[in-house]
Design a protein around this ligand. Structure first.
Ligand SMILES: [Zn+2]
Length: 213
């Protein structure tokens, strides 16, 4: 499913129409899935001046084979209640029994693609967020004045990495297996609690809250 929007190029102000996906089912929309992973699906390219931008737009990503659903909800942190309500509506429409589903709300395209990589690698995103937080400490020791603007679980071939976006650089750090074992062991209780069938925001703040307990 898709919608048509009218937009203006942020560079030259040229108006154009763009068709944006609103619901992607991995069984039915394999081309959209491939385009999403290649950063092409929400790419705007101005036919006047050639400027390119990734468009942030609300959409649902549904994988019925691995039982997870993601919603990209720009403005999530300012509108969490509306996002949750939207999630409930979509559940009713699309899934007869959501109790076996992992349901995640994310604030942007980059985080949605990260969740896909995590779930397709059969990892627990709660554990991944804890490992990212622990890895921050290692990075801070190595690069003392690094200004981290974002960090993402990232598959490079079959290697698990964390991609750090710094203010002036990008760094790929190994996704450390012993940190993961530690996180699984130390946070067993918190992360085995069943959270399927409920919309959740699993992000840096989630991991910070767990680690501060
Ligand atoms: Zn333009």
């Amino acid at each position: 499913m898709s919608k048509n929007i009218e937009l203006r190029c942020p560079v030259c102000d040229h108006p154009s129409q763009q068709e944006l996906e609103t619901y992607i089912n991995t069984r039915e929309n394999s081309q959209a899935v491939a385009d999403l992973k290649n950063n092409k699906l929400f790419l705007f390219e101005c036919d006047q001046c050639g400027a390119k931008r990734q468009l942030e737009s609300q959409f649902v990503y549904h994988n019925p084979d691995k039982n997870y659903m993601l919603i990209n909800y720009p403005g999530l942190y300012q509108n969490q209640e509306q996002a949750l309500a939207r999630g409930q509506v979509i559940l009713k429409e699309k899934i007869s029994d959501p109790r076996s589903y992992q349901l995640r709300l994310v604030p942007s395209l980059a985080y949605l693609v990260e969740k896909i990589q995590i779930f397709e690698d059969d990892l627990d995103d709660r554990i991944v967020e804890i490992v990212k937080l622990l890895t921050d400490g290692l990075l801070a020791k190595e690069k003392q004045d690094a200004q981290v603007q974002g960090r993402f679980f990232y598959k490079q071939g079959d290697q698990r990495k964390i991609l750090y976006l710094l203010s002036d650089d990008q760094v790929l750090v190994d996704f450390n297996q012993s940190l993961m074992d530690f996180a699984i062991d130390k946070f067993k209780k918190a992360t085995t609690a069943t959270v399927k069938g409920q919309w959740q925001v699993i992000d840096q703040a989630y991991a910070e809250q767990l680690l501060s307990k």
